[in-house]
Structure formats: C-alpha cells, structure tokens
Design a protein around this ligand. Sequence first.
Ligand code: ZN
Ligand code: ZN
Length: 244
Amino acid sequence: MQTIFHYLKTFLHCLLPYTCILCHAPAHSQQDLCHACRIELPILPQSCSRCAKIFTTPLESHLLCGACLQHPPAFDATYALFTYQPPITKLIMELKFHQALVNSRLLGELLADAIQHHWYHNKPLPEMIIPVPLHNKRLRERGFNQAVEMARPIRRLLDIPIDTTTCQRIKYTEPQARLQSEKRHANIKNSFKIMTDLTGRHIAVLDDVITTGGTIEEISKTLKIAGAARIDIWSCARAIIDQQ
Ligand SMILES: [Zn+2]
Ligand SMILES: [Zn+2]
C-alpha cells in the first residue's frame, strides 16, 4: 500500500510540480517553498522558553522572561517558529480569510520539521495535539479550523494524533487582539470545556499565532484542571509586540 502511495505521489509530482507559494518559482524539495524564500523566513529570535516572548536585550543565561518568573503561566513551554511579520502574516491571513489551505500544509510541514529536528532533542514528544478549537459559529463561517489544518502534516509526518473532541470552545468571543488589555481576560475566560479526563497526559496545544497569550493561558488552565500533566504550546508565529 505504501509503495503504491509512493508511486502515485511521484506520478502526481511529475504532473503537478511543487511551486513556491511566495515567489512562484519551481520548488525543488517536496514542499511548496523554494530554498531562497525559505532562508528569508523570519525565524523567531532568542525568546522566553516558557512563553516565547522575544527578548529585547541580549541575555546570557536567562531562559525565562520577567513575566514568567513572576507569574508562571499554566503551560510549561512554548515553541514558536516565526515572528508574526511578512511574509508569515500574508500566509496566515490568506489561509484564514481566503481558504489558502496550501499555506497550512506548508506551515504544518515547517512546524513538523522544527519539532523533529530542533525543539525536542532528547525530550519526549507530546502524546497528542489539541489544536485551539474555534467556536462552532466561527467554524461554520470559516469552514475549517486553521490550527487543525496546520496539525494535519504534523500528524502525517510525526505520527502524533490530533484530538478535536476533548476540548470544546463554548463561548463565542471577540478576537483578543482587537480588545483593550483590560477586557481580554473577561473575554476569553471560561471559553473552553474539557470533555474527558486528561490525568497524566502530555499535550501539545497548537495555535496559528500567539498575540496576547490570553487564549493559550486560558486553554492551558482548563486542560490542567482536567488533569493534564504537561502542556507544550506549538505555534507558527509569535507577535513581535508583546501586548500582555
Ligand atoms: Zn520562493
Ligand atoms: Zn515568558
């Protein structure tokens, strides 16, 4: 079966060669991105290991930002791939608002590559991926959940199951980034509900972009109350300006 699949893939590749989604040049690896564009992507600079807030001053040995030292968040680590700036902003906007699902495939593949080769050296991988759920109303409006779409290549490449049923979004909320900081907490509070016992589980929560950090904190709190032992946040991008 695998062999047939492999031949079919090779055959399709000859018919439909990979094309860079940024510059439209032929892409030589089995990805929709050329080498020149890949090396230009804004990889996240040195940042807090807990919340991925970008350090503004060079730090010698500090792994945690001041905020995480004072008030440790509910999640245990954050791994974000890029800073939220062009062309990542464009890729994510096109995905969310113009159904560019090819973008989620590429971003998911890049995440899988970082997870496999950089983020988990000698560390156990999470047992399951929970993509941050959308409220059913927003899911109907958009037609898909971008975080689930980004998780699919990770499942395919790293064999980590995606769980879309355990965590439900029960409150329809304004996008956090649009609100003033004092309203964000009330907006997101009690947004999630956990349907099963998670005692002892090591979970990766996947979100497309971390802006305020409020959503990942709220979902992590809820997962920990349900028994989760460890929560790692995976994100395609981290906002440069920390709005917390
Ligand atoms: Zn390119
Ligand atoms: Zn931090």
